[in-house]
Design a protein around this ligand. Structure first.
Ligand code: GUN
Ligand code: ZN
Length: 435
């Protein structure tokens, strides 16, 4: 059998470590004139074009990408696909926003045709923005998850998703029960978990919308199947935190509710984590749990400022989340733009290389997928993006003044959005090409 080998010649950048652990210089690899060799959907080699071209088997196709950067696909560690059609809903903070906008929008997913339509729009939008993997909320309806996984499977994407578990404090039309939520989740796990590049996440919406019985059943699912994720929200909004304390007076705090039901592990991802005390950060760290930092959402809902340096001090894994539809952009570049400002407001800095890490390898580590995606290590799956330094007149003009890689990267992350994504590849196949 001949292998399907293609080489991409471009300026190539990838993150190889967390700058917080090894310093900036040791955290990335960059080839100004680089070559990425992809074979059978995986990374075969990366290096200087001149030397690799000399050894390339005769007849290998070489695709050239000028005036831009080739890097690993972006990883979004928290997003809600059913909220695609209600992004940019005016005027509320979390709890009113959920009741007034989110729940009515999610009700529509009882119709499988609607779910299929939105899943398709959603996946296209991810790919248009260069995002190749995501950890995704469905709705309470089983069919919402079937629609999402079908759309991801068609494009051979590495994706994680799950059905929302919600058996109280939500409208009747949107609740399951501890028993039906458990059974529906089992059915979906059997159907999708480990199929192709897909993984299942047990997905209690957040502590206030699940009874003790339902949180216990979530823990049971995690014990019954290997490799499942646990995906929920944590300490996003001050009113929410107070509500959780009143609903679970026997627990010492918000995180302790999840801990009590054995929901903290290396495959647990908690969105937000804005209002956490030191003990909670320590507990996240010792259980290997991850936080999804969702700056556009946190600013949009007025939730607060995420303290990334505090998480670094405690050794907590952090990835980036767009959190659409509370988040205001599918673009991880725009998410980094806002993350930088969130740090500025706290007197801290977010270097372009830390941003690169969060958007790629850091996200992969938060999802425990760093042996497959997030960098160009040989053998990894070939998920990557071609970014365009000339995508708008302003970007092109600004890039003429940028002298160094870190300057160009920072400009890309500050001004860039879907327009900067020339093409997106998953497992070596082109899954988006800008017009
Ligand atoms: N907390 C519980 N549900 C949600 C949701 O849908 N979005 C956000 N941002 N926070 C939540
Ligand atoms: Zn969310």
């Amino acid at each position: 059998m001949t292998s399907a080998r293609t080489a991409y010649r471009a300026s190539i950048l990838h993150s190889i470590a967390d700058p917080a652990e090894v310093g900036i210089e040791a955290s990335y690899e960059y080839f100004d004139d680089g070559l990425l060799i992809v074979s059978d959907g995986r990374i075969e080699a990366l290096g200087e074009a001149e030397s690799l071209l000399a050894e390339l088997p005769a007849g290998t196709e070489v695709i050239e990408h000028d005036n831009g950067l080739l890097m690993p696909g972006f990883i979004d560690t928290h997003i809600h696909y059913p909220q695609t059609g209600m992004i940019a809903a005016y005027g509320e903070q979390l709890l009113d926003w959920l009741n007034n906008y989110t729940f009515p929008a999610e009700r529509e997913f009882e119709n499988p045709e609607h779910a299929a339509e939105v899943a398709d729009v959603f996946i296209r939008e991810l790919l248009r923005n260069g995002t190749t993997s995501a950890l995704v909320f469905g709705t309470v309806h089983k069919a919402s998850v079937d629609a999402f996984f079908s759309a991801a499977e068609q494009r051979n994407l590495r994706m994680i998703g799950g059905k929302v578990l919600m058996d109280r404090n939500a409208p009747d039309y949107l609740t399951d029960t501890a028993e039906s939520g458990y059974q529906d989740s089992r059915e979906l796990i059997e159907r999708w978990h480990g199929k192709g590049r897909l993984h299942y996440a047990v997905t209690p919406r957040f502590a206030p919308t699940s009874t003790d019985e339902q949180l216990a059943s979530a823990g049971q699912l995690l014990r019954e199947y290997d490799g499942l994720y646990m995906h929920t929200h944590l300490s996003e909004n001050r009113d929410e935190v107070e509500w959780v304390k009143s609903l679970f007076p026997q627990c010492s705090g918000y995180l302790d509710v999840y801990d009590h039901f054995n929901l903290l592990s290396e495959r647990s991802v908690f969105a937000h984590g804005i209002h956490l005390c030191d003990d909670e950060c320590r507990r996240l760290s010792e259980t290997g749990s991850a936080i999804a930092f969702c700056p556009t959402s946190n600013l949009f809902l007025g939730s607060g400022l995420f303290n990334l340096p505090k998480m670094e001090q405690h050794g907590v894994n952090v990835g980036l989340g767009t959190d659409v539809g509370a988040g205001t952009s599918f673009s991880i570049l725009q998410t980094l733009n806002e993350a930088y400002k969130v740090m500025q407001l706290q007197g801290a800095k977010l270097s372009p290389f830390k941003s690169l890490y969060l958007a790629t390898l850091g996200g992969a580590r938060a999802l425990r997928l760093e042996d497959r995606i997030g960098s160009f290590a040989p053998g990894n799956e070939a998920d990557f993006v071609l970014l365009d330094y000339h995508c708008t007149p302003l970007m092109q003009y600004r890039m003429q003044q940028a002298r160094t890689l870190d300057e160009r990267l920072f400009v890309l992350m500050t001004l860039g959005d879907d327009r900067a994504v020339r093409a997106t590849f998953a497992a070596g196949q082109c899954v988006h090409q800008r017009d």
